[in-house]
Design a protein around this ligand. Structure first.
Ligand code: PEP
Length: 263
């Protein structure tokens, strides 16, 4: 269903009014995890002030270690709602369990399926049925073919509002957290009519590399970007090492705008 030939003009995905695939580069900024009210609202304000079209933020965090912060769960969702009310920006958040789909769908603007769940096919079918847009992250051990096949579990439910997201794959290179596979961006855009997002934050895991990889992703044809922001990264409960401070996010947005203008 996602083959490019079927829709050569491409698909525009509308996440609560934020358009992905319309020719612009849509930025979804926000914290990796919703940690508390103050952090969420401050980060959301920064995202909105510097030009995000949507807010990211994990209420449910599927962490590698069961002893790491797992997210505020439903309380986190309430804070995301509050952040949306403050900024007017739509919210994108991860769903980790088919049993959560219905309740999340009553509130959020778009589902995120994390890398660790890309091949959780029951979950994909359930979110596909919910009638909301879905950002599907590539599993870090999965090929482009497997990613495209996974997206069909969602589109097969009659939901074409799917964004494919490259977030880095596991390679022998350990200097960065994962290896950002930008060739996958160009390839997925060639092979699929679905728009493509890039998450430079989770792929490189190093703040100083987020900006160059953001610009490279935009140059490779990415339709959207997912950027971690934290007002106090040293105190973050989750992935603080990769988050941009507000000033760095502002700089990145300025350069992205200049790139779009061809300067
Ligand atoms: C995230 O974006 O919050 C996240 C956990 O990313 P990934 O699933 O790509 O690891």
């Amino acid at each position: 269903l996602g083959r490019r030939e079927l829709r050569p003009e491409g698909t525009i995905v509308n996440i609560g009014g934020a358009k992905v695939g319309d020719g612009s580069v849509a930025v979804f900024g926000g914290p990796c995890a919703v940690e508390n009210r103050e952090q969420m609202l401050a980060t959301a304000s920064v995202a909105a002030q510097y030009g995000s079209v949507g807010l990211r933020g994990g209420a449910f965090k599927p962490r590698t270690s069961p002893y790491s912060f797992q997210g505020l769960r439903w309380a986190g969702l309430e804070l995301l709602e509050e952040a949306r009310a403050h900024t007017g920006l739509p919210i994108l958040t991860e769903c980790v369990d088919p049993r959560h789909v219905e309740r999340l769908a009553e509130t959020i603007d778009g589902f995120q399926i994390g890398a660790r769940n890309m091949q959780n096919f029951e979950l994909l079918s359930e979110v596909g049925k919910a009638g909301l847009p879905v950002v599907l992250k590539r599993g870090f051990g999965c090929t482009v073919d497997e990613t495209l096949a996974a997206s069909e579990y969602i589109t097969a439910q009659g939901n074409d509002q799917v964004v494919l997201c490259e977030r880095g794959i596991r390679t022998f290179e350990h200097s960065t957290r994962f290896t950002l596979d930008l060739s996958a961006v160009a390839l997925m855009k060639q092979r699929s009519h679905l728009p493509v997002m890039v998450d430079p934050s989770h792929s490189v895991g190093i703040p100083a590399l987020v900006e160059p990889m953001t610009l490279a992703a935009a140059a490779a044809g990415a339709d959207a970007l997912l950027i971690d922001i934290h007002v106090q990264p040293e105190q973050a409960l989750c992935d603080g090492k990769q988050a941009l401070v507000p000033e760095a996010f502002r700089g990145l947005m300025t350069k992205l705008e200049l790139l779009a203008m061809g300067i």
